[in-house]
Design a protein around this ligand. Structure first.
Ligand code: ADP
Ligand code: MG
Length: 560
């Protein structure tokens, strides 16, 4: 070894290590999933880079991941012949966390094991999960294409520092050796490891090998390696041959999420454009769902060759919670970022995939419990839809859920179709009221006339609602009317007699109105006799074309 030095972990890594060891204690075995998944990524990356630089393969390349163990020494080893890492990469990748929002996530940890394990699970603990079971981790790696003398040895006990040195390494790729803690020694066992691989990694495209059972005569020499997984990329198999359990475990592989997905949709498209998609709806929001640079997108493959992890071009932003894989037969393997951005083929795929997701949501809405979970986690994101995706706004509108005066629960469970089905004879508008909270809305004097006439009003108290309504003008041919605005016209819902009586009252009170106008002066733009009240003497209404209270707050908060 040469060029030996000891470096400290980034603060976030230290915090993560501590939290992880505590909160993931009952999920110890995920370390293997993470290491195998990194090995598989490394192989994907090598094969991708070798398309433009075949020399990287250093001869015939049979991609494989090997898992070995030594009961006596108490070690587990995971080795791959993937892309490997150079010294600087090792320091950056295994000493820091680059993901934005990490510090924030760590601060939000509660110290409660179950909650934290979910949070940290969706974050994706990755390589550092080795320290859940290992008291010491050694990484031997060499970047494909670099000379054997540029191997790197990284070693750490997970206590704040790591040692790094330059070594000779004959083979490119990465070997990771875990020295197991006393209470994790049982992982150094062939059956145990096979069982975990079966559950987590059966559908990984690369071959995973383990030492076979030694022959009777105990022949000396290298162990015979035996394949232990299917090594067929799951999405390439026909739908009828893939079981629910396999779909779920593949979801975990793609997302590193601990929880099962709510739904998935697997489709092979043939004809003009050929591609396969496997899309999942997660059961909970990732911590960076609202970060501007939060990570989202689908895993893109071209004819089974991995291209990129976070292809954002295949779905609109308001569906950024969808995870999964898309594999195209038509794109070139040399596809670049620019091509992804400006390719009409991608445009058509985006249109089709968007429709798939909306259909999947429509189907999910048949299961009230699951849909409530979906709505709770992602409803606000879906509300960005009408603004972003004009063409699908009717479909999106059908998926929205609101609370309304129909029931007191305050739960957002009313679909626009429910509202329309309950509309009164003569009603041709959908009424809504915007406010700060459900309680405030329930007590609003604006509702008095609606209560009197038994008309349902949708209650909007999400920050995004009023903004969204700027893009949603009608549903099922019925236009939306803000019940807190201007001169409320109830159309056919007011009888001729009602209207005549209202005019009568307005005339007889003109004197009072004039005096109020003088008294209030500049503070109001108009004073009118209103027929919307039954109990309250007066109400402040917003002008027909003025900015609503909610929008005003948003604009003020953003300094406009
Ligand atoms: P993630 O896989 O989500 O990026 P990890 O903590 O699992 O996060 O890994 C961090 C980084 O370390 C990877 O992105 C990769 O660059 C590098 N890495 C980890 N394992 C390997 C490996 N076996 N071969 C090459 N690079 C690896
Ligand atoms: Mg990883």
């Amino acid at each position: 070894e040469s060029h030996k030095e000891t470096l400290g972990f980034q603060t976030e890594v230290k915090q993560l290590l501590q939290l992880m060891i505590h909160s993931l204690y009952s999920n110890q075995e995920i370390f293997l999933r993470e290491l195998v998944s990194n090995a598989s990524d490394a192989i994907d990356h090598l094969r991708f880079q070798a398309i433009s630089d075949p020399a990287l393969l250093e001869g015939p390349h049979e991609p494989r991941i090997r898992i070995d163990f030594d009961k006596d020494a108490g070690t587990v080893t995971v080795e791959d012949n993937g892309i490997g890492m150079g010294r600087d990469e090792v320091i950056a990748n295994l000493g820091t966390i680059a993901r934005s929002g990490t510090a924030e996530l760590l601060r939000s940890m509660s110290g409660e094991q179950k909650k934290d394990s979910q949070l940290i699970g969706q974050f994706g603990v990755g390589f550092y999960s080795s320290f859940i079971v290992a008291e010491r981790v050694d990484v031997f790696t060499r970047r494909a294409g670099r000379p054997a003398s540029e191997g790197v040895h990284w070693s750490s006990r997970g206590d704040g520092e790591f040692d790094i040195a330059t070594i000779e390494k004959a083979e490119p790729g990465t070997r990771i050796v875990l020295q197991l803690k006393d209470d994790a020694k049982d992982f150094a066992d062939g059956w145990r490891l096979r069982d975990i691989v079966k559950r987590y990694a059966d559908h990984i495209g690369a071959r995973i090998e383990m030492p076979g059972t030694p022959p009777e005569d105990d022949a000396p020499g290298a162990p015979a390696w035996e394949a232990v997984n299917d090594a067929s990329a799951l999405w390439t198999r026909p739908r009828s041959e893939v079981g629910d359990e396999e779909y779920r475990s593949f979801y975990q592989h793609v997302t590193h999420d601990f929880q099962d997905p709510l739904a998935w949709s697997h489709n092979k498209v043939e004809g003009n454009l050929e591609y396969t998609s496997l899309l999942y709806l997660p059961a909970h929001a990732p911590f960076d769902l609202y970060h501007r640079d939060g990570s989202h997108g689908l895993k893109l493959y071209v004819q089974r060759v991995f291209i990129t992890d976070k292809a954002e071009q295949f779905l609109p932003r308001y569906l950024r919670f969808v995870r999964g894989v898309v594999d195209s037969s038509d794109l070139s393997l040399n596809v670049s970022r620019e091509i992804l951005q400006n390719n009409p083929m991608i445009g058509s795929m985006k249109t089709a995939l968007t429709r798939r997701v909306l259909d999947m949501l429509d189907k999910l809405s048949g299961d009230a419990d699951k849909y409530a979970t979906f709505w709770d986690q992602f409803g606000e994101v879906l509300k960005e839809g009408p603004a972003e995706d004009f063409g699908n706004r009717e479909k999106i509108a059908a998926l929205l859920r609101f609370s309304s005066t129909h029931d007191d629960s305050g739960k957002p469970s009313v679909a626009l179709a429910d509202y329309v089905a309950r509309m009164k004879d003569g009603q041709d508008k959908i009424y809504y009221l915007v406010g700060e909270s459900h309680t405030q809305l329930r007590n609003s004097p604006h509702l008095e006339v609606f209560r009197k006439k038994g008309i349902e009003v949708l209650l909007f108290s999400d920050r995004i609602d009023e903004w969204m309504m700027g893009y949603l003008h009608e549903f099922d041919g019925k236009s939306f009317v803000d019940a807190g605005r201007g001169d409320l016209d109830l159309g056919a819902l007011d009888s001729e007699a009602d209207k005549a009586a209202q005019e009568e009252v307005a005339k007889s009170r003109q004197g009072l109105v004039d005096r109020l106008k003088v008294a209030l002066g500049e503070q109001v733009s108009d004073v009118r006799v209103s027929h919307r009240l039954t109990d309250s003497p007066a109400v402040l209404a917003i002008g027909e074309n003025d900015i609503g209270a909610q929008m005003r707050q948003i604009l003020e908060a953003s300094g406009q």
